[in-house]
Design a protein around this ligand. Structure first.
Ligand SMILES: NC(=O)c1ccc[n+]([C@@H]2O[C@H](COP(=O)([O-])OP(=O)(O)OC[C@H]3O[C@@H](n4cnc5c(N)ncnc54)[C@H](O)[C@@H]3O)[C@@H](O)[C@H]2O)c1
Ligand SMILES: O=C(O)[C@H](O)COP(=O)(O)O
Length: 635
């Protein structure tokens, strides 16, 4: 059993805290911190510990050390630990609330990882009451995950998994503000939805539902239910994404002429299946059938309304397996009554279930199904597995390929950037401690020197880590990849980035990272560069982050433990004097580096120390005659 975590473990543990720590932006509420253990294999990361910061009192670091010691003892035992709200450490697993029916295979996977609570049909109040006991929530389209849910979670909820595509029932803004990751299952129900679209298209064209109902009512109405043929007719696909393009493929097989409108779809993908991409106006004015496959967003909300129906070909037929909200349903009733729209086939509604007396649902030219697009056995099993894997991965601190509100960083980029992620956080943490009073920071610049083309360097993770390092020491907000940019904006912190190409080995993604804070006073004036900004720079050496520059001074000290920066007149004996004072106080020096601008003038000592020197010791250092200023910094 290792008594000291390997550099790799430390690196991945840092990554995990970035990816998995949950936060509450409502500062009155406690946030949960997740301590995660990373094994030497980054793909097998285990959530070991979850604890409320209130239970850390009085000293976060001493509690952390104690907890880490416990963790070390179980490191090889693959046991999950958690601490309850009273701070009692116990073996427990994360709790996953599943609020709508999910396929068994997905549930099995979830059960092998955590405690699964399948509570279907919860009222909004019951959901809010339960959620503070849950680490993850899995929903379909029937559960509204509102801001109130995130507030009620009190920082514990780390991930919301949407077992399907549409995330319009999740308040993404609130999720992001609360640092909660949202993942979806975007692929497993595509074919089911496309097949349902085709089922609605063909059954509407041949009045299958209406004639079935009339026969069951004892009638035989052959002339009433004469249909229309599909072959040679123009079908407009609105939203040429996964479902839209599969509907297009199938409609071509039925001999239809298919056009599509999608402002973001690549023309070559459309061409590849023989579909012309056209403007919105052209699509709706020339089509005999219009099939909707765009997401519900502020831009698509009620995009089919009185104005747009008026532009359609008289007698057009409409299919909607996307979202009810893209249609103004009252306007559709009017268009059906006037004959502009001959028929509609709808799987989705603005309010689900729609009111029993809905004129639209009751309309004789309308065929309806109760949101069944994704409801095939195959799709539901697929979606359940897809979302269970995404949620387990997220709880394990892995970056999700289906994250909806966080950058998706490919695993290879992630593993390459891992040591720089640690460096970025430590530089942010050091830089903010150099500011007098710590707060009032408005403008931070992060400069990356790299031999690589700036376009090939994905710095989102590094920027988030610098943000984490700066914000966490001066607030009670826990920062992760989800909420880093939002939290910075909330605090009026502008983080800009610059990438400088340097002539070094492109083998490493980053040569150095520099953090500059402008328009602030510094507790350590020597950290100010010529332009008056606090400026510190670091590099990764042999996988370990190092501080390499403070203001104009070059230093080289490994960023572990704590740090004393000391500015003195460049003269012999200084290392001994300060070293002796620390030694007398039992403060162990781990690293030491001296940097100067000109021989015999000023120099900076960067001293790595394991313990924090007490006030008396710090006073003695300040009293050494050649020492002009010094500062103690926690890493
Ligand atoms: N009825 C069901 O059970 C069911 C099942 C699956 C998906 N859906 C819904 O179908 C829709 C499409 O799903 P998908 O998996 O194909 O998603 P997708 O993201 O692959 O495709 C959506 C497409 O819509 C396009 N789009 C965005 N804004 C647009 C606009 N203003 N006009 C035209 N196109 C626009 C996008 O560029 C994208 O290509 C979603 O709303 C989803 O929720 C419903
Ligand atoms: O967006 C989706 O994936 C579909 O609308 C499916 O929704 P459901 O999971 O509620 O069936």
């Amino acid at each position: 059993m290792a008594s000291t975590p390997s550099p790799h473990t430390a690196v991945t543990a840092h990554l995990n805290s970035l990816l998995s720590s949950s936060s509450s932006v409502n500062h009155n509420k406690p946030s949960n911190l997740s301590f995660l253990h990373a094994s030497s294999n980054p793909s097998s990361i285990k959530l070991l510990h979850s604890v409320s910061p209130s239970s850390f009192s009085p000293s976060i670091s001493s509690s952390t050390t104690a907890i880490c010691n416990v963790l070390k003892t179980v490191e090889s035992a693959d046991i999950s630990l958690s601490r309850d709200l009273h701070g009692v450490v116990s073996t427990s697993k994360p709790t996953i609330l599943v609020s709508e029916k999910l396929g068994e295979a997905g549930l099995d996977l979830l059960r092998s990882f955590g405690n699964v609570d399948c509570s279907y049909d919860l009222s909004p109040q019951d959901l809010c009451a339960k959620i503070s006991l849950c680490d993850a929530l899995i929903v379909r389209s029937g559960t509204k995950v509102t801001r109130e849910v995130f507030e009620a979670a009190q920082g514990r909820l780390k991930v919301v998994g949407r077992a399907g595509v549409g995330i319009d029932n999740v308040d993404l803004q609130a999720a992001t503000e609360f640092g909660c990751l949202v993942v979806n299952a975007p692929t497993a129900n595509t074919i089911a939805a496309a097949e349902h679209g085709i089922a609605l298209l063909t059954s509407m064209a041949r009045n299958v539902a209406q004639s079935d109902a009339s026969m069951k009512a004892g009638k035989w109405l052959r002339s009433k239910y004469v249909g229309v043929s599909l072959v040679g007719k123009t079908l407009a696909i609105m939203g040429f994404g996964k479902v839209g393009s599969e509907v297009a493929r199938r409609a071509k097989g039925l001999g239809m002429h298919v056009i599509a409108h999608d402002p973001y779809a690549p023309a070559d993908r459309a061409r590849a299946i023989g579909v012309d991409l056209v403007s919105f106006e052209q699509a709706i004015s020339t089509a005999d059938f219009i099939s909707l496959h765009m997401p519900l967003t502020p831009a698509t909300n009620k995009v089919f309304n009185d104005d747009t129906f008026a532009k359609m070909k008289k007698g057009v037929r409409l299919i909607n397996v996307a979202r009810g909200g893209v249609i103004d349903e009252d306007a559709l009733v009017r268009a059906l009554d006037s004959g502009i729209v001959a028929q509609a086939a709808l799987d989705v509604f603005t309010v689900e279930p729609p009111p029993k007396d809905s004129k639209l649902v009751q309309h004789e030219n309308v065929t309806v199904t109760p949101h069944l697009g994704a409801s095939t056995k195959e799709a539901q099993e697929g979606v359940a597995i897809e979302i269970a894997e995404a949620v387990v991965g997220a709880l394990n601190g892995e970056l999700s390929a289906t994250a909806v509100n966080a950058p998706m960083v490919p695993p290879e980029v992630l593993s390459e950037l891992a040591p720089y992620v640690v460096l970025a956080e430590k530089l942010g943490r050091l830089a903010v401690q150099l500011v007098t009073g710590g707060s009032g920071i408005q403008s931070v610049k992060v400069v990356y020197k790299s031999a690589r083309d700036p376009d090939s360097l994905d710095t989102r993770l590094l920027r988030a880590m610098v943000t984490k390092g700066i914000i966490e020491p001066i607030s009670d907000t826990i920062i992760n990849l989800v909420n880093a940019d939002f939290s910075a904006k909330q605090k009026g912190l502008r983080i800009s980035e610059e990438r400088i190409i340097v002539d070094s080995s492109p083998e490493y993604p980053v040569e150095s990272i520099q953090v500059q804070i402008s328009n602030v006073q510094s507790r350590f004036a020597s950290a100010l560069s010529e332009n008056g900004n606090i400026s510190i720079e670091g590099k990764v050496k042999y996988g370990v982050p190092h501080l390499t520059r403070v203001g104009p001074f070059s230093v080289d000290v490994s960023l572990e433990g704590n740090l004393i920066l000391c500015k003195q007149v460049d003269q012999p004996g200084m290392i001994g004097k300060v070293g002796n004072i620390l030694g007398e106080s039992n403060v162990n020096v781990s690293f030491m580096s001296v940097g100067r601008t000109v021989k015999g003038k000023q120099a900076i000592m960067a001293i790595g120390v394991d313990e924090e020197p007490d006030k008396d010791t710090q006073k003695k250092i300040g009293e050494v005659s050649a020492v002009e200023e010094f500062v103690f910094l926690k890493l």
